[in-house]
Write a protein that binds this ligand. Structure first.
Ligand SMILES: Nc1nc2nc(S)n(CCO)c2c(=O)[nH]1
Length: 155
C-alpha cells in the first residue's frame, strides 16, 4: 500500500457537497482508503482571481493503485461529478490534485509528482500541514510545515 496526499478544491455549485462526494467516490474503490482528512478552508482564488472563492482541503489515502492508475481514477471522479475542463484556470465543480505519492518523483507529460506548484500554494500547504506536517517533499527536502513557513515568510 502507498501513502498518498491529494489536494481538493471546489468553487462551483454546492462546494462542501462536492468535496464530500469526491471523498465518497475515492472510498468507493477497493484499492483506495481515505485515512485522514483536513478541515475545509475557504480560500481566495489563486491565479485567475475573477472567479468565486474556493473551498479547499487535503486528504491522505492508502492505495494499491499505481500513480498513473490513480491519476486516471481521480480524473474519472472529477468527470463523474460534472467537471468540464473549459478554461484552464477557470471555476470548477471539483479539482483533485495528486500532491505526494510516498517519496516518488515522477515527471511525465500529464503527471508530475510531487505537484509542481504545491510549495507556492497556501490553499494546499495550510490543509496539508494539518494532516502531514512532518512529511518531507522528496525534491525540495523540506517538510510540509517548513514549506508553509517559507511561503508565509515570502522566501
Ligand atoms: N484558492 C484556490 N485557487 C485556485 N486556483 C486554481 S486554478 N485552483 C484549482 C487548483 O489547481 C484553485 C484552488 O483550488 N484554490
Amino acid at each position: 500500500m502507498a501513502n498518498v496526499y491529494l489536494g481538493m478544491g471546489s468553487n462551483l455549485g454546492d462546494r462542501e457537497e462536492n468535496l464530500e462526494s469526491a471523498i465518497d467516490a475515492l472510498n468507493s474503490f477497493d484499492e483506495i482508503e481515505v485515512t485522514k482528512r483536513s478541515s475545509v478552508l475557504e480560500t481566495a482564488p489563486y491565479g485567475k482571481t475573477d472567479q468565486p472563492e474556493f473551498l479547499n482541503m487535503c486528504v491522505e489515502i492508502d492505495t494499491r493503485m499505481s500513480p498513473l492508475t490513480l491519476l486516471e481514477t481521480v480524473l474519472g471522479i472529477e468527470h463523474s461529478l460534472g467537471r468540464i475542463r473549459e478554461e484552464v484556470w477557470g471555476p470548477r465543480i471539483i479539482d483533485i490534485d495528486i500532491l505526494l505519492y510516498e517519496d516518488l518523483e515522477i515527471e511525465l507529460d500529464d503527471l508530475s509528482i510531487p505537484h509542481k506548484e504545491m510549495q507556492k500554494r497556501s490553499f494546499v500547504l495550510e490543509p496539508l500541514a494539518e494532516i502531514a506536517p512532518h512529511v518531507k517533499h522528496p525534491k525540495l527536502g523540506k517538510t510540509v510545515v517548513e514549506l508553509k513557513e517559507d511561503l508565509e515568510r515570502g522566501d
